[in-house]
Write a new protein. Sequence first.
Length: 670
Amino acid sequence: MTVLRPPEAQLTMLSRYSRFAPAAVTAATFVAISTAMRVLLSLRPDVAGPGAVTDWPRIFGIGLLFDVVFAVYLLAPVVFWLALVPGRFARTRLHRALTVAVFFAMTYGFVVLAVAEWLFWNEFGGRFNFIAVDYLLYTHEVIGNIWESYPVGRILLALLLPAGMLAWFFAPRLWRSSGSPLSWRPAVLALGAYAALIAGTVQYVDSDIKNRFANDSSNDLAGDGPYEFFAANRRNELSYDRHYATLPLPEAIAAVRVAMKVAPGGWVGGNDGQGVERRVIAARPERRLNVVLVSMESLGSEFLGAYGNPRGLTPNLDRLARESLWFANVYATGNRTVRGLEALSLSLPPTPGQSIVRRPNNGNLFSLGSVFEDKGYGVLFAYGGYGYFDNMSAFFEANGYRSVDRRSIPSARIEFENIWGVADEHLFDQVVDEIDREKAAHPERPVFAHVMTTSNHRPYTYPPGRIDIASGSGRDGGVKYTDYAIGRFIEAARSKPWFDDTLFVITADHGASARGTSQIPLDKYAIPVLVYAPRHVAPRRVDRLMSQIDIAPTILGLLDFSYYTKFFGRDVLNSPPEADRAFVANYQTLGYMRNGRLVVLQPGRKVDVMRLAAAGPVSGNVAEAAIRDEAIAFYQTASYVFRNGLYGDEKQLPPENRVAAMVQAGRGVD
């Protein structure tokens, strides 16, 4: 008697699961393309660093792990479909053709992603990260910027060729295997094994696994771009207490208070208070001058002739440096515009994750604008693009500023604009008009205007005929046009009656490209700060170490303001040199410079202390330990006061009179 067996019982173990071959081929294709891109990235001159070559086996091994893990996540829908599709439909020409088409589409996506990663590395010096996550929210600006900067259409058409060749090569295998028989038992086992694999990778694989090397480029190289994109999406806001080194909270606050070197009796709430509010008392009467604070897009110190650049890109700024109070040793707190705006307005060290400008519950904070508002100033923020970008207008309007953006500028004024906004000269013309209007409406009221430019940004385009570098030809042109626009603005303001009583403060939001082989490339964080007021401020150069968060209190010190403050920054001109320090960070690496040391704080409670090149003498391990704890204390306390509502705006009144003033104003008490 002959026993008939089902066809699948006669299949080998391998052929029994051949229905899943399309998923395996697609995964292998993704891993191969990712590995090829890792090889190309490893050959870049900005990737090599100390030990990079000897680290390559580990870099590529860890990278392979992340490539495989992302492929597992990505192909989960494909695996589930192949397991569940009925056999009758699986054997049809339609299903087989769809399988080949899906493979082609996914392969094309892999190739496009690889090229996008290369271009992203060009701009930001690393794999996809939280910047890519943020930028997806602003598709108009970002897609427009990419379209204006690169031949996108030709690139996308060219990439059809490798994707098509791979699809043609694998099409016969995909066609055969996608219709292979699959009984319910192997299907259930395959789905169970795949679900367990996904659960295991979620539990045991984390982005931090790759952070094993001495420089950021190696850590980025060991990652997988798409995986890092989704990891960054989860980590856009990082809890300081959960991820970073801490001290007992009272000890941290006490260390910050000691470092601030406030005179005895200056603290609000006494020495045992939880916050950092204190009283600043000026030695002279207040000078109620107008203040125009200009933060120039990406204007790192490296571009200015005053700092040694020989290319002649900044003749106007170089002249202003000679005629201004020039702070020549200043560091930006971050490498994004919103970080610069946060530092300039809030004078708060950069807490990890998103800038406060982008976070919820960021209204009614203590800010430079709130001090000026309480002093009777008209307060405005002016931006050349659309203020919804990066939440700028919403943030400033929630903190007492009147917002002026692209929508406020008459079309008749605009000769040139690109995807980021109007040319800087048109923004400055609008600012002059806004100050004129404020003065006409309130002749006795001074004005504070914070201006954020856009022209020194890829694609580096600007009106023709302004400078001797063609529009769109690169960053040198963007820098030189920015310099032209600021020179033109100062001359336009010079013709106004309010010019003689105006303090012009010119700085940058951040440097041009804060990236490199070190954890924090300090040279890329250096920015200029020029205070120009010919009738009120004598020209001189100040070389003391200074942070971007020190700009606001230093401005108020130049005006001889007496006020209550919560700023973590200090008035450099009225602080002892031993208090000099600077904060430098990216979205999760926090740096603190002091006394020839750089302290680096990272997730996983990692703390590294490095000796800076050409630094002065440091008094051994005791000084190093003290600086380490001071760095932890500043970042921990900054995070604590913001998270716990201790950085709110307060009326410039003695604390005992504030509640009554709030009730009288109808604001209520929080």
